[in-house]
Design a protein around this ligand. Structure first.
Ligand SMILES: [Zn+2]
Length: 103
């Protein structure tokens, strides 16, 4: 966990990289860290954490098949990470992070 907390500000800075691949990879790694460590997302305006959760919890897995995010259309290859839930269409980590942050 301390390692994750150290990495997050660095990754966050890199998501603003002018190099799209670096920005994308950093965003993916950031989502993964937040989700894997069960970090709480606090709204800096209200300083309150959400206590109602309406999003569907998904597993972050390495895809066995090439696929497409059903929200944004982002494609992933075999072995790339995506958010999975049995019986639902898979979505990319960026869309999953958005759902998690919205609560
Ligand atoms: Zn997506």
């Amino acid at each position: 966990m301390p390692k994750a907390l150290e990495l997050i500000p660095k990754l966050l800075a890199r998501t603003r990289s002018p190099f799209i691949e670096e920005a994308r990879t950093s965003a993916m790694m950031l989502c993964k860290l937040i989700l894997e460590n069960n970090l709480e997302i606090i709204d800096p305006k209200t300083n309150k954490k959400e206590n109602t959760v309406s999003f569907i919890r998904r597993s972050i897995i390495n895809s066995k098949y090439p696929g497409t995010c059903h929200i944004c259309g982002l494609k992933w290859k075999i072995g790339e990470e995506m958010a999975w839930k049995k019986g639902l269409s898979s979505i990319c980590l960026i869309c999953y992070k958005r759902e998690v942050m919205r609560g």
